[in-house]
Design a protein around this ligand. Structure first.
Ligand SMILES: [Zn+2]
Length: 290
């Protein structure tokens, strides 16, 4: 018996190619599944705590309030707060079609379709501790295995920062439009600039920046006070030539609503913050077409 012939293959290369093949296949599935969604908007921020999720939720509600069909997907695995802010019961479990292994989103206020990592955990109080590959698997499922149906807008709330995870998710969503959220705080603007640069390097389409906590409305005299030196977000938008979509003020009563389970654009329709969101929606519709 002669010695067994070992084929001359580069195993590492083969594994990499295999991974790429699976990824391409998955991306094709995702693209097909999201085909009936007119506009995909991804909300990112450089830094945590700038109100990214608040912006995502209230933007979704503002779009839905003018009769548009909207979905929202919570892929901020660091803190899936979307359903809490929408007032959706975390006990609600998405309906699964076992035959085709796909599931239906849960209906939120104004019929907004919601899918969240929080549905996969037992309680909203326990932070989601997932291993990287598991997280990515769940995100891919949210995009590829959910019956979204026909939508005008799908809003995706991404984790903050420029981690590999965020980059991976950004890469998964076809023809997405990126919105960067920042407060006027210097460190937030600095991180937002990094995020814009990252999105540009990845050749993603940046729709614009939203300045959140843009001035504080004094509850006593109703005058606006700058919480941080103003102008940083505007400068970033000029430097990178991206649209400043709007400035959302900080109003105590309105902002406190965030944790109470009804998005403020519904609870305070006449507030300055709601008006600011309406202006943002107008700008988005102009940029993307009605
Ligand atoms: Zn005052």
């Amino acid at each position: 018996m002669g010695e067994e012939e070992i084929p001359d293959i580069d195993l590492k290369k083969t594994v990499e190619e295999g991974k790429k093949e699976v990824m391409d296949l998955r991306m094709k599935e995702i693209e097909k599944n999201l085909k009936k969604i007119k506009h995909k908007i991804v909300i990112i921020s450089g830094k945590g705590g700038v109100g990214k999720t608040t912006v995502a939720v209230n933007l979704a509600m503002s779009l839905a309030s003018i009769g548009l069909r909207v979905g929202i997907i919570d892929v901020d695995i660091t803190g899936p707060n979307v359903i809490k802010m929408l007032g959706v019961n975390p006990e609600m479990k998405p309906r699964v079609d076992v035959e085709v292994k796909k599931f239906y989103p849960v209906n939120g206020p104004l019929n907004v379709k919601v899918v969240s990592m929080a549905f996969l955990t037992d309680s909203t109080d326990s932070p989601v501790i997932w291993r990287g590959p598991m997280k990515m698997g769940a995100v891919r499922q949210f995009l590829g295995d959910v019956f979204w149906g026909e939508l005008d807008y799908l809003i995706c709330d991404l984790p903050p920062g420029t981690s590999d995870e965020t980059l991976d998710i950004l890469q998964l969503i076809p023809d997405e439009n990126v919105i960067v959220v920042s407060t006027p705080q210097e460190v937030a603007v600095m991180d937002a600039r990094k995020t814009i640069k990252m999105a540009m390097i990845m050749k993603r389409k940046i729709l614009g920046i939203i300045e959140n906590m843009s001035g504080f409305k004094c509850p006593h005299c109703e005058k606006y006070i700058d919480l941080y030196p103003p102008g940083g977000v505007e400068k970033a938008s000029r430097d990178y030539n991206v649209e400043l979509l709007g400035k959302i003020p900080f109003e105590t009563e309105v902002s406190q609503q965030g944790d109470r389970g009804l998005p403020f654009v519904l609870k305070f329709p006449d507030s300055e913050s709601t008006k600011a969101f309406k202006a943002v929606v107008n700008k988005i519709q102009k940029l993307l077409g009605k």
